[in-house]
Every structure is written in structure tokens, then in C-alpha cells.
Design a protein around this ligand. Structure first.
Ligand code: NAG
Ligand code: NAG
Ligand code: NAG
Ligand code: NAG
Length: 245
């Protein structure tokens, strides 16, 4: 194999891929790329494997001697498409935190992404182009899956709005600055005795709890829990109800 500088290889492959996809109708292709998941979810800070593999003549067996896969994984970020990993002429090039699960050559092209961030959400495309030992093209395929990186709620802040006197109204508010998807809120009084709250005094979307006509028996430690499908975070506020002016 001749080794070529990076941009040239990329252009050459783009050309090759275009040529092949134009020549070979998909129904006749011997090569099939399998991406079993259309959509995957993962959690920020964690890792995920995007499963992908190809078969030749409908066989899953491992790559044969002389079988040369050219592999590229792309990520489409809003407008621009970015190459996150390539395996070309035996050389793997990748962005930080991105790797192939299996050492090449392999028919399993699964991609591992580590240290996930919310902005890693989006479509990932795997493109493979296989040549046999005679340098003959066995086919090309490209497939896409969607990754959704979820974010556990960031610690919320709890606040007391109003002056807590007997007979007055106050609002306890709770706000988590970041989460995906949006959190729902729950308010409970923990001390001196447990009490939980429901709509209409509780607004689960905004995180506010309305306490009206305060009495000294409503004093205590109020805990707000902000939760979504990947986590929970909480804060609390102590309500002291004063009598008189
Ligand atoms: C390829 O690897 C992925 C991730 O390890 C795995 O889930 C999948 O079953 C493998 N495919 C085959 C055909 O072995
Ligand atoms: C407290 O709220 C209730 C019901 O929302 C209202 O009728 C009442 O006037 C309020 N009291 C004060 C002191 O604002
Ligand atoms: C407020 O609470 C006191 C006793 O806790 C009660 O006597 C009064 O009727 C209440 N006021 C309203 C407007 O509900
Ligand atoms: C209230 O919050 C403080 C600090 O955030 C924590 O140390 C304390 O344990 C909490 N109290 C309750 C009852 O959750």
C-alpha cells in the first residue's frame, strides 16, 4: 500500500465512494453494512459504543487475509460534517476520545466514544469500502444512526420569596441550571415531619411551591428534588415562620 497525505486520501476516497455507489446498484452489492440501532441514548460524562459491522456474501466471519476495509466515521454537527475516525491503508486516525472497539482489520467497525458531552448528540455515519486481495472493490456502503446524549440535572438552587410571617403567603422556588431532557420538580417537607405537595400548590415544571396563610406549624426544612430520566439533584430551604410584625 502506498501511503498518501491525509487530505489527498480523503479526496481520493470521496471520489472512489461516489464512483462505486454510482456503479453498483445496492441490490447487487455483496457488501452489507449493519447498524442495528437507529437511535442510541447515553449520559454526559460516560461512554457509548455505536455498533456497526459489515458482511460479505451475507457471511459475518472475520476479515479474510488480503481483505482491506477503508472505514470512515462522520459526525454531522448542525451544518458541517466532521470526520471523527478513519481507518485507511492500515492507519487509524481519530479525534480524542474516539476509537474502534476491535483492532483492525475486522468486520466489526463499532465505534467507542468516551467522555461524552451534550454537543456530541447528532447523526453519526459509518462508511465502509472493501477491496479484496486482488484490489477489486467488493462494495461500498454508508449508514447513519442518531446519538442522543442526556444530561443529569445540575444542582438546583432553592429560594424563599416573600416574608414568612403568620398569615402571609410565600413561594419556595427551585431551579436547576442545566439538564437534558428538562427536569420535573418535587417539593417535600422533611422536618419536623414529612409532607409532600401536589398541584395546584406545586408547579412541577417551574419548580415553585405556593404556601398560603402561613402558620407556625408549616415551619420546617423543605427539600426540592429536580429529576429527569438520567438523574436527580436536590437543594433545601429552611422556613421559619415569625409571629407579629
Ligand atoms: C460488533 O460489536 C458490537 C459491540 O461490541 C456488538 O454489539 C456486535 O454484536 C458485534 N457484531 C457482530 C456481528 O459480532
Ligand atoms: C394569599 O393567597 C390567597 C390565595 O391565593 C389570597 O386570597 C390572599 O389574599 C393572599 N394573602 C396575602 C396576605 O397576600
Ligand atoms: C388562615 O389560617 C387561620 C388559622 O391557621 C384561620 O383561622 C384563617 O381562617 C385562615 N385564613 C384564610 C383566609 O384561609
Ligand atoms: C440541606 O442542604 C445542606 C447543604 O446543601 C445539606 O448539608 C443538608 O443535609 C440538607 N438538609 C436536608 C434535610 O436535606
Amino acid at each position: 500500500m502506498i501511503s498518501l497525505p491525509g487530505p489527498l486520501v480523503t479526496n481520493l476516497l470521496r471520489f472512489l465512494f461516489l464512483g462505486l455507489s454510482a456503479l453498483a446498484p445496492p441490490s447487487r452489492a455483496e457488501l452489507q453494512l449493519h447498524l442495528p440501532a437507529n437511535q442510541l441514548q447515553a449520559v454526559e460524562g460516560g461512554e457509548v459504543v455505536l455498533p456497526a459491522w459489515y458482511t460479505l456474501h451475507a457471511e459475518v466471519s472475520s476479515a479474510q487475509p488480503g481483505e482491506v476495509p477503508f472505514v470512515m466515521w462522520f459526525f454531522k454537527d448542525k451544518e458541517k460534517e466532521d470526520q471523527v475516525l478513519s481507518y485507511i491503508n492500515g492507519v487509524t486516525t481519530s479525534k480524542p476520545g474516539v476509537s474502534l472497539v476491535y483492532s483492525m482489520p475486522s468486520r466489526n467497525l463499532s465505534l467507542r466514544l468516551e467522555g461524552l458531552q451534550e454537543k456530541d448528540s447528532g447523526p453519526y455515519s459509518c462508511s465502509v469500502n472493501v477491496q479484496d486481495k486482488n484490489g477489486q472493490a467488493s462494495g461500498h456502503s454508508i449508514k447513519t444512526l442518531e446519538l442522543n446524549v442526556l444530561v443529569p440535572p445540575a444542582p438546583p438552587s432553592c429560594r424563599l420569596q416573600g416574608v414568612p410571617r403568620v398569615g402571609a403567603n410565600v413561594t419556595l422556588s427551585c431551579q436547576s441550571p442545566r439538564s437534558k431532557p428538562a427536569v420535573q420538580y418535587q417539593w417535600d417537607r422533611q422536618l419536623p415531619s414529612f409532607q409532600t405537595f401536589f398541584a395546584p400548590v406545586l408547579d412541577v415544571i417551574r419548580g415553585s411551591l405556593s404556601l398560603t396563610n402561613l402558620s407556625s406549624s408549616m415551619a420546617g426544612v423543605y427539600v426540592c428534588k429536580a429529576h429527569n430520566e438520567v438523574g436527580t439533584a436536590q437543594c433545601n430551604v429552611t422556613l421559619e415562620v415569625s409571629t407579629g410584625q
